[in-house]
Design a binder for this molecule. Structure first.
Ligand code: SF4
Length: 362
């Protein structure tokens, strides 16, 4: 049984943001956020292009003031994916973003609190057909909840999320996504598990302020991975300090590692050991670079010797297993031939391009 067969997604309703549907009837989307000043339109549009090219399904942009919202029409004309405005403290920014036809708004109920203000935003979002993400964050919980729990633990997160849901139910507002995040993995996981049982609203999952590079990726993959394995999560954001493109790539990798997403290359490489006589790291990097554009779901094994090499290479769609310095190239379990590395990589590339053409024409 594959892992994917074991994962049963929690049933959730659908929230609609522009052309993107979020909920259990749709694939889990991967989102990210630009990290340049929105007033620098050149940089913002460039970053949107790069995020889209990496496979980002939804892009969030921080709009710090009302004036900055004036660029929304330009951004929207440029972007191919829906755009969400990240708004804090001032509900008037949210109203202006909606006026400029933003696809969705991210509100933090911890810093836009007045019911009358939130109602105005929701009413306008309904009128404009925009989605709202309510982001409950351990770093900005309501004062009364913090007084009760003394710390932003999972119970505090759940209580704030429940209050938000109750309020939205009272307003009969449906087109929203909930996110409940903490930089603490256990609190994030527990809070999402509880809320996932209590309601069927779509959930945006992630570990907030996870950090950067390896530690950030590990934290995100652990927290997001646990939830996804339990079927929880309809849209994912990996929060990493640095280039947001990395967030998208890691997001897709997490989905791929769990077998939830099949598109693209699933590269299997051995860790190498004293038996290996070639530079597997360099070879695998070359393969990864050569095939960056491939969206077809393909497993490719690059293995260092004949201990596990032929076995892994045979069960992959394509595989290279080394015997000393000789590369044995496999296609769907069959040995095509033995080559030097350069020839093997060229042939592997050719084989995959032929497969792509066949799939496209078929
Ligand atoms: Fe070592 Fe061979 Fe296993 Fe790679 S496949 S880790 S080289 S024994």
């Amino acid at each position: 049984m594959s892992i994917k067969d074991e994962i049963k997604r929690r049933k959730s309703r659908t929230a609609q943001i522009g052309t993107l549907s979020i909920g259990s009837d749709y694939p889990i989307s991967v989102q990210s956020m630009t990290n340049c000043d929105v007033n620098n339109l050149t940089d913002t549009l460039k970053q949107i292009d790069r995020l889209e090219a990496a496979g980002c399904d939804l892009i969030r942009i921080a709009f710090p003031d009302i004036q900055s919202c004036k660029s929304i029409p330009i951004i929207k004309r440029h972007a191919k994916v829906p755009i969400m405005a990240d708004v804090h403290f001032n509900y008037l920014i949210a109203l202006e973003a909606l006026q400029q036809d933003i696809d969705g708004i991210r509100l933090n109920p911890g810093n836009i609190k007045k019911e009358a203000e939130i109602i105005q935003v929701i009413t306008k979002a309904q009128k404009k057909g925009a989605m709202i993400r309510f982001g409950i964050n351990a770093g900005s919980l309501d004062k009364s909840i913090m007084e009760k729990y003394k710390e932003p633990n999972f119970l505090a997160l759940v209580e704030e999320a429940e209050q938000v849901v109750k309020f939205l139910n009272k307003l009969e507002y449906q087109n929203f996504v909930l996110s409940i995040k903490s930089s603490n993995i256990i609190d994030t996981v527990k809070a999402n598990q509880i809320i996932a049982k209590k309601c069927d609203y779509p959930l945006h999952i992630g570990i907030t302020e996870a950090g950067f590079d390896q530690s950030g990726i590990v934290k995100s993959a652990t927290g997001i991975g646990i939830l996804l394995y339990e079927g929880i999560g309809d849209t994912v954001r990996v929060s990493l300090t640095g280039d947001p493109v990395k967030e998208v790539l890691v997001g897709h990798d997490i989905l791929r590692a769990l077998g939830i997403k099949k598109q693209g290359i699933n590269l299997i490489t051995c860790p190498t050991c004293g038996r290996c006589q070639v530079d597997i790291y360099k070879i695998a990097r070359k393969v990864e670079n050569n095939l960056q554009d491939v969206r077809l779901p393909l497993t490719i094994a690059i293995m260092g010797c004949i201990v596990n090499g032929p076995g892994e290479a045979k069960i992959a769609d394509f595989g290279i297993a080394y015997h000393k310095k000789e590369a044995m190239l496999f296609r769907e379990g069959t040995l095509i031939g033995r080559y030097n590395t350069r020839q093997a990589l060229e042939l592997l590339n050719q084989e995959i391009r032929i497969r792509l053409k066949r799939e496209q024409s078929g």
